[in-house]
Design a protein around this ligand. Structure first.
Ligand code: DC
Length: 238
């Protein structure tokens, strides 16, 4: 298993801004950012494209188990951006739709899917500094992480953020659908048998319901400097 020199694990509920926060920390402190949820979304997209998820959401698990080892899902880094590829195809946009969000939680609850993704995440986390966001990074994927953050926020505020993000991408979401999807994902993620979403005992909790990105950065700045000392103060660009 590859073990990074420093790993920061960022876990929490859906749409708490984990990836925005983790990307900002990666940029300010020169960490490699890895989005574990993207991997689960990638498996879900591949399963849908191969007809293994029925319109009613039923998953053909035996067939998915057969093909999962053949899926060439990998991150590529280009101009400071890390994007998910399936073979030669960049699938970043395809995996972020509401349709994908509504199927991903049941797929991510399947134990062999979790093993597949965990192996990929370890393989991509070579030495150096890595910040990874997800649901079980500090509890299962990297329980030895040097710093663990658990993010939470009011669910209406989270749904509004997600709704605004979809609008800005030219989608036409219905707020009630976005809120319902978020609640459903939180429930499935927290209640599945294999590595459910839970707060690690040694995690620092951030409730960002009323926080700006700048306040989040100031919050983590103290933690990172206190823990690692070696990191310089960033210019606080946001
Ligand atoms: O962070 P996200 O919304 O892109 O994650 C998509 C789904 O993947 C989410 O519903 C739960 C699952 N997931 C998980 O089970 N474990 C992780 N480490 C990351 C995501």
């Amino acid at each position: 298993m590859n073990v990074p020199d420093i790993i920061i694990a960022v876990d929490g509920f859906s749409s708490t801004g984990k990836s925005t926060f983790a990307k900002m920390v990666a940029r300010e402190f020169s960490f490699l950012y890895l989005d574990s949820g993207a991997m689960y979304r990638g498996v879900t997209l591949a399963a849908m494209e191969q007809g293994l998820i029925a319109p009613d959401g039923a998953i053909d698990e035996p067939s998915l188990r057969e093909i999962i080892g053949t899926l060439d899902l990998h991150f590529r880094r280009d101009s400071g951006k890390t994007q998910l590829f399936l073979g030669e195809r960049c699938i970043e946009d395809r995996i972020r739709t509401l349709e994908m969000s509504s199927h991903v939680s049941p797929v991510s609850a399947i134990p062999f899917v979790r093993n597949f993704v965990d192996d990929k995440l370890h393989a991509f986390s070579a030495g150096g500094r890595v910040i990874m966001d997800g649901r079980d990074i500090g509890t299962t994927v990297f329980p030895q992480a040097e710093l663990k953050i658990f993010m939470t926020a009011d669910e209406n505020v989270r749904a509004q953020r997600r709704y605004d993000e979809m609008l800005s991408k030219g989608e036409t979401p219905v707020f009630e659908d976005v809120l319902a999807n978020l609640k459903e994902r939180d429930y499935i993620d927290s209640h599945r048998e294999t590595s459910p979403l839970s707060q690690a005992a040694d995690a620092y909790v951030m409730d960002n319901t009323h926080m700006t990105l700048h306040e989040e950065l100031v919050w983590i700045l103290g933690l990172i400097q206190g823990k690692f000392g070696i990191l310089e103060a960033p210019a606080l660009s946001c």
